[in-house]
Design a protein around this ligand. Structure first.
Ligand code: FAD
Ligand code: FES
Ligand code: FES
Length: 1342
């Protein structure tokens, strides 16, 4: 802070308590400020909703209090003057009383890792504060900005729906069709009631009612402050930035003259991310929040004038109101705006972002500017000199100086005129997924006709997503004036528009051909929609020559229907426990996650929730900007000279070993990928550390070769390990005898873990004996411990790793936390002070790697009846620059590749390619999701060739009896066949398939698809030493029991299951049990919690410990059989019987001889099947997930709620992998996808409208505890049923267009791939650039 200037006091309330900040820093956002309050950081850019809080402000104009959800990571604290903030701990806690929202999300099993939960709770709480009985649509909107990577959302929605007004209709169709219509819904009939089956995962009747008296009141002091007539300009001086908040428009305009370059910060959703992520810097920020002129709304004769300071959500409400009051013909622009306002960003951003900020940001992707421009909106400007108006047209959008604001001017309001009777305004948008995703392309289009004719009198076409700002097809519009609105203009219009605004071949954002196609497809939709509109007017008016308007056949009308945003529903079926099971025995019951309530109240502590430790320092990583280069020098002098910087850590500071020769913790001499960690800065705060990290100068000399793609790696013979091969039968001979052979290639993209809690670690060095305490978010604490030990060259016994809980892992926290932990430990060792390292989302995605992309070549020989005789498949995974888990991944991929099929002649070859990308690592399913998709694609290709339905080919080739797998392990397919048949039945597959065909015959631009896939998934590590676990169980003298084991809680409910097991074994209720943390000092030498066997092996160890203890207690119990547990424990203590026991499980002996290609690598299999139905829009590539039915064998589930949660969550993660999630790399190997803006994971509206899961009944698994099964990973693969349903729909479209059905859809089936596969006259007319003539924005690396 400039020392001579005195800041004003910042006054606001947090959870009912007054906060007075004397030195508020404008650079500090509410999230950093609240970190002590446990609001969660997950992305920092407003894109995930983890940090959602409720902001309440008194609005002087309406004299009402406005409550709205906001993302704390984008709220500067200075913007909160006079506001009341409510966070998750402000609405309820276990110490006082939990709030019904917290109760319902937790008890409805809507939490797994719990990291997203406080944000979810706050979004829902805010909704209820405004609408105590929300509609399902309001619910979906409110949760649309909150991402959850674990649950798959169904459980969250289900429990949230209990707040909606009771309705007999599920409203699932969103189109007025109801689930109660039997024709529409076969769920009730196929999911039959049965004594053995239970469908109730929680008791709704136990929920507390919503009680508004529990809510905090708006502080009266803030009311007084708002109404104070003597308010004054506030100024907050930070270290680098000053924030000025004037009270009157006059003052603001004077300030604008004084600081013409300073931005007006309203929602900060544009300025904030630019300052955070793009290095923009503004020494002065002006806040117009207290100026009421900017919030005025005025109705005029010809339209509506909306204050620039109104939030986008307020704009939505204002427009909704207008649409309900005015005749339809006047509101066409408003309706178009409303359409986009529903899908633009998440609710939190719509609450914060202002209309003025949106217009003035002029983002190329802006969803509103194209419509405002098309609708002839004008901008009302004001400055000290007076007021004037400018049109919001292409010149303004292009930022031309004579069409723009002058530096001293501000935007006061936006005038949006009414539309006219013969005028139509229409908008379209296509994004990677339905909601909360920036558009790939959008548009606002307007046409005005000469009265009572179809002659174009005015035309405006504005497109977004094409260039850096909205573009106008102005010339094309001019040329089309005077033309009639019929098919004759179409081709000419397409050509003109493409010529005028086609994105260049190397345009940022890529997808150039797709975008070009959308440009024309949107125009075509516009044409049809206007034609419909004209026909409607003509119907109402008697117009001569009405025959001039061409009819649109029913079949083509589907082009106009938008996919409705609907709320998911479904049935979850599982086996009821035996009625004779004692009531206190919790095994087999849907017990609530042990931390569920704490997740929902925010009391659950994650690594970075640990309070600041005395003398703590912060670490920031410095990463390579080159893909393959020699390090010539590292110059940290400038960084070291910055305030707050303590040290810079390089490889030279490592006292022990620096990783391995091929995989160093800190780079030495050479970097192997962009994102390679070179050194790290230690500073007094996170901000100082990050600022200094940017100032470390590294000189590189680029090296050859630079390899990014699998094909390049094959060319350079660049591999990470030896090839893996399995073969059975006589492949060559079988090919010779086959009726037909198909050959081809397939690409499956990678995947980012996107756990909500980024990697983080806190290392606390001790004063004595080089001891170190490490608090880390990891799936493998022993690996962190060992790595730190070898890095510091101190014995393992000095290092203790603690894992309380992990905010999602999915494989990404198996090997990588050891790297971050060891680097932090080096810093702690060197400085002697505690070190905290919290990766921001960008660093996390850049440095950690993810799922291996796959490139495969296949050759399949088969008979005309669909029987597959032979397969020869080569798989190449992109492993990145170091080995990590790539050898295991390619081994598992090959071992699991056959999936559910018994094919006698097989040859599978696998290679892990070494490339100059961040090293890929373990990820849920470990290669199987990629390999399984490939196998199913081959099956689908065979079906196409044979002209048979894919399910027939699947059935024909599926295991039918006990047989040997390709690696000669015996396999019995009973459960596979049961799952398959039950899935066919429960999904009413055949009836619905006929309906899909019927729909397709009636609709040209929309197609439905349905697919069913079987699954055989092998569980466990193929390594014997990984099949072991230990547990430590203590009974204390009051009878309470402390259970500890070697597994980490990742959200999969392992601790809950362990307590259920201990409860059954010790024969006492779960209320006696407690689990504290996973800790390498209590249970040493743990194995990674992965491969779906965490609960299997640790459960057996807990069981063993409990059995030992019970045996010790037996003589005492025998002596006093009527005694209580407490009596027996007390007696045992007095008799000097140890009440503590270690349990151990020596598990499965896995073996695999790769020389011979045989072994018994896996203890058992999980079987399942899934059927999915989708609808695609052939013109845009969008798709809607209509219904999914999953049948899975969980055998005797220990906890059906947890197991169903795992199935649903992994299925939705698989759906993401196969249809939405796409990592993009530049030709220089830079990962473009560095956060939720660029990398989409499924959100609440992406899940199937109907989502049913059922677990097989009467099934056993002797290999695992209580005959259960590990279900952590398998559901992931079943997500591919959606992929094949899409493929089915695309095939239908292609067939109708007379195209060869012989096509291979690569994964993910994004809107781009779907659209481009539905080849038609539009895809054929777009210009295609010669690949040799330009440098693309991104390159495919699979
Ligand atoms: C996570 C996320 C998702 C998003 N998704 C979408 C999306 O799907 N579609 C989409 O279109 N947009 C999207 N956006 C962008 C969003 O719409 C804009 O950031 C927002 O509208 C800007 O408004 P603001 O009030 O936050 O602007 P601020 O960041 O406060 O200001 C932005 C700019 O506007 C100027 N400004 C503001 N008010 C005035 C005024 N009265 N007079 C003169 N200048 C002014 C400021 O000087 C500044 O330069 C997203 C943003 C985020 C963070
Ligand atoms: S939205 Fe704030 S952390 Fe993601
Ligand atoms: S429970 Fe939602 S992210 Fe883990």
């Amino acid at each position: 802070m400039p020392s001579h200037l005195q800041s004003d006091e910042l006054v606001f309330f947090v959870n009912g308590k007054k906060v007075t900040e004397k030195n508020a820093d404008p650079e500090v956002n509410l999230l950093s400020y609240l970190r002590k309050n446990r609001t969660k950081y997950a992305c920092g850019g407003g894109g995930c909703g983890a940090c959602t809080v409720m902001v309440s402000k008194y609005d002087l104009l309406s004299k009402k209090i406005r409550h709205y959800a906001a993302t704390a990571c984008l709220l500067p604290i200075c913007s909160l003057y006079g506001a009341a903030v409510t966070t998750v701990e402000g609405i309820g806690s276990t110490r006082t009383r939990i709030h019904p929202v917290q109760e319902r999300i937790a008890k409805g099993h809507g939490t797994q890792c719990g990291f997203c939960t406080p944000g979810m709770v706050m979004s829902l709480y805010t909704l209820l504060r405004n609408h105590p009985e929300p509609s399902p649509e309001q619910l979906t909107e409110a949760l649309g900005g909150n991402l959850c990577r674990c649950t798959g959302y169904r459980s969250i929605l289900e429990s949230s729906k209990t707040f909606c007004a009771e309705s007999n209709c599920c409203q699932m169709k969103g189109t007025g069709k109801c689930c109660l219509d039997e024709e529409e819904n076969q769920t009730s009939s196929s999911h039959q009631k049965n004594d053995k089956i239970c469908t109730q995962l929680y008791a709704k009747e136990e929920f507390q009612p919503l009680d508004p008296t529990q809510d905090l009141i708006f502080p009266p002091e803030l009311l007084r402050m708002a109404e104070d007539p003597n308010k004054e300009t506030l100024t907050f001086y930070g270290e680098r930035i000053t924030w000025i908040s004037p009270v009157t428009l006059k003052e603001l305009l004077e300030l604008k003259v004084k600081y013409p370059k300073s931005p007006l910060v309203v929602g900060n959703t544009s300025v904030g991310p630019a300052m955070k992520f793009q290095g923009h810097f503004h020494p002065i920020l002006l806040s117009p929040a207290r100026i009421s002129e900017l919030s005025m709304v005025t109705n005029t004769n010809d339209g509506l004038t909306i204050g620039a300071g109104c939030s986008l959500d307020q704009v939505k409400q204002i427009l909704t109101d207008e649409v309900s009051k005015l005749p339809e013909e006047k509101t066409r622009t408003y309706q178009a705006l409303l359409k986009h306002l529903k899908s633009l960003a998440g609710q939190q951003i719509r609450n914060m972002a202002s209309l003025g900020g949106h217009v003035m940001s002029r983002h190329g992707y802006s969803d509103l500017n194209p419509i405002l421009a098309a609708g002839n909106a004008t901008l009302n400007l004001v400055s000290k000199e007076g007021r004037r108006q400018i049109p919001l047209n292409e010149h303004f959008l292009a930022g031309l100086p004579n069409a723009d604001l002058k530096p001293e001017e501000i935007l006061e309001s936006v005038h949006i005129p009414h539309s006219e009777k013969w005028e139509f305004v229409v908008a379209f948008r296509q994004a990677q997924c339905q909601q909360n995703a920036l558009p790939d392309v959008n548009c606002g289009m307007r046409v005005l006709f000469k009265e009572c004719t179809d002659t174009i009198a005015g035309l405006g076409l504005f497109y977004g997503g094409i260039r850096s700002t909205t573009v106008s097809a102005h010339r094309s519009c001019q040329q089309l004036l005077g033309r009639d609105w019929n098919t004759l203009i179409l081709d000419e219009a397409f050509r003109l528009i493409l010529d005028e605004i086609s994105p260049p071949a190397s345009a940022p954002g890529g997808m150039v051909e797709f975008k070009r196609t959308l440009i024309v497809s949107f125009f075509f939709k516009f044409y049809l929609e206007v034609l419909q509109g004209l026909k409607k007017i003509i119907k109402m008016t008697s117009i001569p020559n009405s025959h001039r308007y061409p009819d649109i056949s029913e079949k083509f009308l589907s082009a106009l229907e938008e996919f409705p945003v609907t709320i998911s529903r479904g049935v979850q079926e599982f086996q009821r426990v035996d009625p004779n099971q004692p009531p206190h025995d919790p095994v087999g019951r849907p017990i609530l996650h042990q931390s569920g309530i704490k997740h929902a109240t925010g009391e659950a502590t994650f690594c970075d929730d640990l309070p600041v430790v005395d003398k703590e320092l912060f670490l920031a990583l410095v990463t390579s900007t080159r893909a393959h280069a020699k390090i010539i020098s590292i110059d940290a002098s400038e960084a070291l000279g910055l305030p707050g910087v303590v040290d810079v850590i390089t490889a030279e500071d490592i006292p022990g070993t620096n990783g391995t020769d091929d995989d160093k913790l800190l780079a030495v001499d050479e970097v192997l990928c962009v994102g390679h960690i070179t050194c790290a800065v230690v500073a007094e705060s996170e901000v100082y550390a990050k600022r200094a990290a940017e100032k470390v100068k590294i000189i590189y000399q680029d090296q050859e070769p630079v390899i990014f793609t699998t094909k390049d790696a094959i060319r350079h013979n660049s591999y990470l390990c030896s090839e893996k091969k399995l073969e059975q039968g006589n492949v060559e001979e079988a090919f010779e005898n086959a009726d037909q052979i198909i050959e081809g290639e397939m690409h499956v993209g990678g995947q980012e873990h996107f756990y909500m809690e980024t990697q983080r670690v806190l290392v606390v060095p001790k004063a004595e004996d080089k001891e170190m305490e490490i608090f880390v978010s990891t799936q493998d604490p022993s690996h962190v411990q060992k790595t730190v030990s070898s890095t510091l060259n101190i014995p393992i016994n000095r290092i203790t790793c603690h894992v309380k809980r992990v905010g999602g892992g999915f494989g990404g926290k198996v090997s990588k936390p050891a790297v971050y932990g060891a680097i932090a430990a080096v810093a702690a060792n060197k400085t002697g002070r505690p070190i905290r390292l919290v990766l921001d989302r960008r660093e996390d995605m850049l440095t950690k790697g993810g799922r291996h992309p796959l490139f495969a070549k296949y050759k399949v020989g088969f008979m005309n009846n669909g029987r597959i005789k032979a397969m020869d498949i080569e798989c190449y995974i992109n492993g990145g620059c170091t080995l990590d888990d790539s050898e295991l991944v390619i081994e598992y991929l090959i071992l699991k590749l056959e999936n559910a099929y018994k094919i006698n002649n097989l040859r599978f070859l696998g290679r892990a390619c070494k490339t100059n990308l961040a090293s890929n690592t373990a990820f849920r399913g470990f290669g199987f999701p990629q390999g399984g998709l490939l196998m199913e694609s081959c099956i689908t290709a065979v079906a196409t060739k044979c002209g048979l339905p894919p399910e027939k080919i699947r059935e024909k080739n599926m295991y039918k009896r006990v047989d040997k797998t390709i690696y000669k392990q015996a396999y019995s397919p009973d459960k596979l066949i049961r799952c398959w048949n039950e899935c066919l039945d429960k999904s009413s597959y055949h009836t619905r398939k006929a309906k899909v065909e019927d729909f397709n015959s009636k609709n040209y631009w929309k197609k439905k698809g349905i697919a069913i896939v079987p699954m055989k998934f092998s569980v466990g590590f193929g390594v014997t030493s990984y099949h072991q676990a230990a547990a430590l169980v203590h009974i204390y003298t009051d009878g309470s029991v402390l259970v500890t084991h070697g597994g980490s809680e990742l959200g999969q409910g392992i601790h809950t299951k362990m307590l259920q097991i201990a409860s059954r074994e010790l024969k006492i209720p779960m209320s006696y049990m407690h689990f504290c943390e996973t800790n390498t000092a209590t249970v040493p030498n743990t194995i990674a919690t992965a491969a779906s066997i965490g609960a299997d092996v640790n459960g057996k160890a807990v069981q063993n410990a409990c059995q030992i203890l019970l045996k010790r207690l037996e003589p005492i119990i025998k002596k006093n059989p009527e005694g209580t547990w407490e009596d027996w424990v007390k007696a045992a203590f007095e008799k000097r019987i140890s009440l503590s026991a270690t349990g151990y499980f020596r598990g499965y002996k896995a073996n695999m001889d790769w020389e011979k290609g045989e072994g018994d690598p896996f203890p058992y299999y999980v079987e399942g099947a899934a059927c999915s139905e989708v609808e695609i829009d052939c013109l845009t590539g969008a798709h809607k997930n209509i219904r999914t039915d999953i049948v899975m064998d969980a055998s005797c589930s220990i906890n059906p709620a947890i197991d169903i949660g795992q199935i649903e969550g992994s299925f939705i993660q698989g759906l993401g992998l196969y249809t939405i999630e796409e990592l993009k790399y530049s030709p220089e190997g830079v990962l473009h996808s560095q956060g939720p803006d660029e990398y989409k994971i499924p959100s609440v509206t992406d899940i199937p409208e109907e989502f049913n899961v059922s677990l097989l009944t009467s099934s056993e698994n002797p290999m695992a505890i209580y005959s259960s099964k590990g279900l952590g990973e398998s559901g992931m693969f079943l997500g591919c049923s959606v992929f094949f349903a899409i493929s089915d729909a695309v095939t239908a479209a292609r067939k109708e267009r007379g195209l060869t059905e012989d096509f291979m859809l690569n994964s993910p089936a994004t809107p781009e791939r779907i659209r481009m596969a539905c080849t038609d006259r539009f895809t054929e007319m777009i210009p295609i650039d010669d690949a040799k003539t330009f440098k693309p924005w991104s390159i495919p690396i699979a």
